[in-house]
Design a protein around this ligand. Structure first.
Ligand SMILES: Cc1cc2nc3c(=O)[nH]c(=O)nc-3n(C[C@H](O)[C@H](O)[C@H](O)COP(=O)(O)O)c2cc1C
Length: 276
């Protein structure tokens, strides 16, 4: 049966407590293969580095500061350095996370609560590569820990910004309604459902006659930080939108078209456009 990515995106939520069962080799092979085949709009290559977490079996103990429990597998998305490396990692990682979900697994993006040095060593990161986030994978435990419940409450993980704060028509002055988005509403909703760091939802989209312009709002204070994690969120949103559009039968592509059909007077950063 064909995978419905839209359904997977509707059902997805982050899982941080797993039952510890190992992930079969076939699933691991499929993820590695898929990483090689995934074509991100940024044209670069990424690889998935998988590492088993089996304390006592000789593998290094991977640190997640108590946030993750019982994950049998960790997936790091590794990219060569380039201009859009973070968006690229977001795009590829989200496609793999959804693929893992289609095979019964759950997971959670980790951009902050993992020990970067330990993971980089365990995953054999090269000097010219980056791996800013990892994704623990496994089967959800029957019981969710209190720590996880608290995390979901503090990040308001189950809520999302309303449409009129995320999607616009022709300029940022006119909010786009679901009704006016028509055929494209389901794909835009897939952006709204996407995971984002601290659930801060930085995606802002202008819909116009030729396509969709993607902008990034800076809703996490990044000055002084080593990297802008919300660029990963943008790549994730692009992936969710692209998969949904393909499922809806649209054949568009991403390209840089900042001035196409809109006047966007804004403090938000233009990233890319989806051209119909
Ligand atoms: C790029 C990125 C980084 C994240 N980093 C962390 C993290 O370090 N620790 C964590 O517990 N959750 C992390 N999350 C998960 C978010 O908190 C979660 O996606 C958000 O609260 C929405 O909840 P949901 O995924 O269940 O819809 C991250 C998510 C993204 C997309």
């Amino acid at each position: 049966m064909e995978i419905s990515y839209i359904q997977l995106m509707e059902e997805r939520h982050s899982v941080r407590t797993f039952d510890g069962r190992p992930v079969p080799m076939e699933i691991r092979d499929r993820l590695i293969q898929a990483a090689e085949q995934t074509e991100s709009p940024f044209g670069a290559k990424a690889r998935a580095e998988l590492i088993e977490q089996a304390p006592g079996a000789g593998t290094p103990h991977l640190g997640t500061y108590g946030v993750i429990k019982g994950a049998a597998l960790y997936m790091g998305i590794v990219s060569q350095r380039h201009h859009f490396e973070l968006e690229h990692i977001g795009y590829v990682g989200q496609e793999l996370l959804l693929l893992a979900q289609s095979m019964g697994l759950s997971g959670c993006w980790l951009g902050g609560t993992f020990n970067k040095t330990v993971f980089a060593k365990a995953m054999g990161l090269g000097e010219k590569e980056i791996m800013p986030a990892v994704i623990p994978l496994g089967w959800p435990a029957d019981k969710v820990r209190m720590t996880e419940k608290v995390m979901r409450t503090t990040t308001k993980a189950d809520s999302r910004l309303p449409w009129d704060q995320l999607f616009f028509r022709d300029s940022f002055k006119v909010p786009l309604t679901e009704k006016a988005a028509g055929h494209y509403a389901a794909a835009l909703e897939c952006i709204r459902l996407a995971p984002s760091a601290v659930n801060k939802q930085p995606w802002r989209i202008i819909f116009h006659d030729h396509g969709f312009h993607f902008y990034q709002a800076h809703t996490i204070n990044t000055p002084g930080r080593e990297m802008d994690i919300q660029r990963i969120d943008m790549g994730i949103a692009m992936c969710q939108f692209h998969l949904a559009m393909k499922e809806l039968g649209a054949v568009g592509r991403f390209a840089e078209r900042p001035q196409d059909g809109v006047s966007a007077d804004t403090e938000w950063d233009y990233l890319i456009s989806y051209v119909k």
